[in-house]
Design a binder for this molecule. Structure first.
Ligand code: NAD
Length: 268
């Protein structure tokens, strides 16, 4: 079965990669592309914009204009746009892949609500390697136990607007789950000044921003006399694009519910 894909945020860093990833997957075809109103990309051919040559899909500036033209919308934009798009997809019975990060708890509650009416797959990171790291991070915490202090370090390109990265937070949640701790109680998202000694149960984060780093994450498990590290380094956004398109093809078979990349990969 060929799955018709719409991409919103088509002119973004991820949008262009997603257009290429859809063209590389034998089960998917690009059938619509959307950008924010006022973007220079509106009216352009999506394939040309992605450097692939004309594909006949013209970028529009409102999801409503193309709501009947696709099976699954892939959205890597910004939280406000993503929440609105989830409502529109739910009302029209269209499936949705959400890669946008920086969503608040209230954004996530609205997305969960929309997933009562349609199938949504949301992940802070769609790379297969990172999803393996989520699984390993939880297992390592459960095996190593409370003698190990855990800290997570991440680095991203200079344009990234949210911190710590959604992936770092998901790694922290996986570690907290492995330790059987409440993530919101133990997460220390940044440190500055006289913060005092580290508490036994906290999970600390450090953020690096600069250059063109696609995404580096390291989880450190530190005890007296040894340190274990689980590291992932993305060298191309295609790792996220390929995963998101694979998830879209998988999601096309679902009716309703909120899924993540661990579901797609059969890790649950
Ligand atoms: P970007 O700024 O390059 O692209 C975002 C695009 O969305 C822009 O072109 C912008 O014009 C467009 N946009 C904003 N509002 C819109 C609207 N209402 N309608 C249509 N288009 C709209 O950013 P990026 O680097 O491509 O990242 C986008 C998001 O994806 C960020 O939240 C980022 O953290 C996330 N991301 C997630 C993953 C993952 O695997 N889940 C991987 C990489 C990036």
């Amino acid at each position: 079965m060929t799955v018709n894909i719409a991409i919103t945020g088509a002119a973004g860093r991820m949008g262009k990669i997603l257009i290429e990833a859809v063209s590389l997957n034998p089960n998917t075809v690009l059938s619509a592309a959307i950008e924010r109103s006022g973007s220079d990309a509106v009216g352009e051919d999506a394939g040309e914009l992605a450097g692939l040559g004309k594909c006949g899909v013209v970028i529009v500036d409102a999801l409503e204009q193309v709501i009947n033209d696709f099976d699954v919308l892939i959205d890597f934009t910004a939280p406000v746009a993503t929440v609105a798009n989830a409502k529109a997809c739910a009302a029209a019975g269209k499936k949705m892949i959400i890669g946008t990060t920086g969503c608040t708890d209230s954004d996530k509650a609205e997305i969960t609500n929309s997933s009562g009416q349609t199938a949504i797959c949301m992940a802070t990171n769609f790379s297969t390697g990172v999803n393996l790291c989520f699984k390993l991070a939880k297992e390592a915490a459960a095996i190593l136990g409370d003698d190990y202090d855990v800290e997570i370090v991440e680095a991203h390109h200079r344009h990234k607007v949210d911190a710590p990265s959604g992936t770092a937070l998901s790694l922290g949640e996986a570690v907290a789950e492995g330790f059987d701790r409440d993530f919101n109680e133990v997460a220390v998202l940044s440190r500055e000044g006289q913060v005092g000694a580290r508490t036994k149960t906290e999970i600390g984060f450090a953020t690096v921003r600069g250059g063109d780093v696609v995404g580096d994450h390291t989880v450190m498990y530190m005890a007296d006399g040894e340190r274990v590290e689980i590291s992932h380094k993305a060298s191309s956004r295609m790792s996220f694009g390929r995963g998101a398109v694979r998830a879209a093809a998988w999601l096309a078979e679902k009716d309703t519910g909120l899924f993540d990349m661990q579901d797609v990969l059969g890790f649950k």
